[in-house]
Design a protein around this ligand. Structure first.
Ligand code: CA
Ligand code: CA
Length: 171
């Protein structure tokens, strides 16, 4: 492995602790941890959700829907949720891969308005709407508990430790 590659591996391992997190709130519901992220586009929100070990929230029922808004909602922004039809227009799926068991679309939504809207938001009336890719809303992340590090994290940690040992030998 080239030295530059090793340094890159070390830097990447350090980055496993989110460097650009914009978490502005958190709460626990049914054993899952939820984070509120400050305003960004839906795609950037999901990128940050992944660094936190989860995805944009999956809302499974009316109780969770109400809890999410009552806990994190403010009048100045909608809240991005994980529901989207980015892959296939009109076929809404959750980022978590869970099946869609509950929906709460506002009347007339989703309408794929204005050149295309693929990303779900929860609004102050507790209803959902699809919005476009340039919207910068706050977002809610849902993280399920895990008892062991994910294989990818473990691999990176081991790779970084190996690189460190190799570097020490050289010095
Ligand atoms: Ca759409
Ligand atoms: Ca819409």
């Amino acid at each position: 492995m080239k030295l530059s590659t090793k340094i890159a591996a070390l830097l990447f391992a350090a980055w496993v602790v989110p460097a650009y997190a914009t978490v502005i709130g958190s709460a626990v519901y049914s054993g899952h941890t939820y984070y509120l992220l400050d305003g960004k586009t839906w795609l950037n929100q999901e990128a940050e959700a992944v660094t936190l070990g989860g995805h944009l929230v999956t809302i499974n029922d009316a109780a969770e829907n109400t809890w999410v808004w009552d806990t994190f909602g403010t009048v100045r922004t909608g809240l991005f949720i994980g529901l989207n039809d980015a892959a296939t227009e009109g076929a809404f799926v959750w980022l978590s891969g869970e099946s869609v068991t509950f929906t709460n679309w506002r009347g007339g939504e989703p309408n794929n308005c204005c050149g295309g809207e693929d990303f779900g938001e929860l609004a102050s009336d507790y209803m959902w709407n699809d919005v476009g890719p340039n919207h910068t809303w706050q977002a809610v992340v849902e993280v399920a508990p895990v008892s062991v590090p994910e294989p990818s994290s473990m691999f990176l940690m081991l790779a970084a430790m190996g690189s460190l040992a190799a570097l020490k030998k050289r010095l």
